[in-house]
Design a protein around this ligand. Structure first.
Ligand SMILES: C[S@@+](CC[C@H](N)C(=O)[O-])C[C@H]1O[C@@H](n2cnc3c(N)ncnc32)[C@H](O)[C@@H]1O
Length: 266
């Protein structure tokens, strides 16, 4: 059996045409077939100008009136991609943002392709988080940061560090456990507010962030109080930023072992 097929998962960034790497764009141009999950029709059309065989993966999501588990959608997307790899094509999977950040299809497809003996790799892209730091003027290295998928944060015992920035992805489906709905509701968001209230006051200012998908658009940067979250307008592209509420805590034990004091930290 010839294993000349290959798979490269690339990230297209969030903003149309301008946030993709030179290398990723070149892979798209030279692919036999390109599978795509991009934010809108403009991005899809742009891809179709780069390659004559671009196939959207959007159709594998539940269609209006259909109830479908997202895991089934992802499985079908992976199978669609792999069927062309098995046909020994040079396949590119173009996923918006970074193809492997809070996105499972690329990771699963690459793993399976490799198990089958095909060459497969991922090229990084500009994620929503990368845009957020730029648009909000925050260096996450200043106090550190944590990122969680919002529902996972609610379902499991994650401990936020209130001295760092906390990002909650997929806030628009927070608390949705069936993997069949694409929205959350105010009751679930109230549960999240009460959970976060263990570390943050109810009037703590949090930020609803949406990076623009078109160069002519501006980012959505909306500050609200934590307690207003259940009534906030959220969409599938909203990310929640919870800024730190406490100053960094000095670790005196470690400083003592290093022979330095708090004053030495400047
Ligand atoms: C399935 S994840 C995909 C993330 C994507 N792979 C990336 O690198 O940004 C979807 C989540 O990413 C975040 N996201 C996607 N598009 C966004 C945008 N335009 N602005 C802010 N966050 C966005 C939201 O938290 C959204 O619920």
């Amino acid at each position: 059996m010839s294993n000349s097929g290959s798979l490269i998962c690339v990230g297209t960034g969030l903003n149309l045409a301008g946030q993709i790497s030179v290398l990723s764009k070149s892979y798209i141009e030279h692919a036999d077939v390109v599978f795509a999950l991009v934010p809108d029709g403009f991005a899809q059309t742009w891809l179709e100008r780069l390659n004559k065989d671009v196939r959207s993966l959007q159709g594998y999501y539940a269609q209006p009136g259909e109830i479908k588990n997202r895991r089934d959608s992802y499985e079908q997307m992976v199978e669609a991609v792999l069927s062309e790899v098995r046909a020994n094509k040079r396949v590119v999977c173009a996923l918006y943002g970074h193809p492997g950040v809070f996105a499972c299809v690329g990771h699963i497809a690459i793993k399976r392709a490799r198990q089958l003996g095909y060459r497969a790799k991922m090229e990084p892209g500009i994620s929503a988080e990368a845009c957020l730091w730029a648009d909000l003027g925050i260096d996450p290295g200043y106090s550190g940061h944590q990122s969680f998928e919002a529902s996972q944060f609610m379902f499991y015992g994650h401990q936020p560090d209130p001295t760092t920035h906390l990002l909650l992805w997929q806030i628009g489906i927070a608390g949705e456990h069936t993997l069949t709905e694409f929205v959350t509701n105010s009751e679930r968001l109230q549960v999240l507010v009460e959970l976060l209230n263990q570390w943050y006051p109810l009037d703590h200012q949090v930020v609803l962030y949406e990076a623009p998908n078109l160069p002519i658009d501006k980012p959505r940067i909306e500050s609200i109080e934590l307690q207003q979250l259940p009534e906030a307008q959220l969409s599938s592209i909203t990310t929640l930023l919870v800024p730190p509420v406490q100053r960094l805590q000095v670790n005196h034990q470690v400083l003592a072992k290093l022979g330095i004091t708090e004053a030495d930290l400047g």
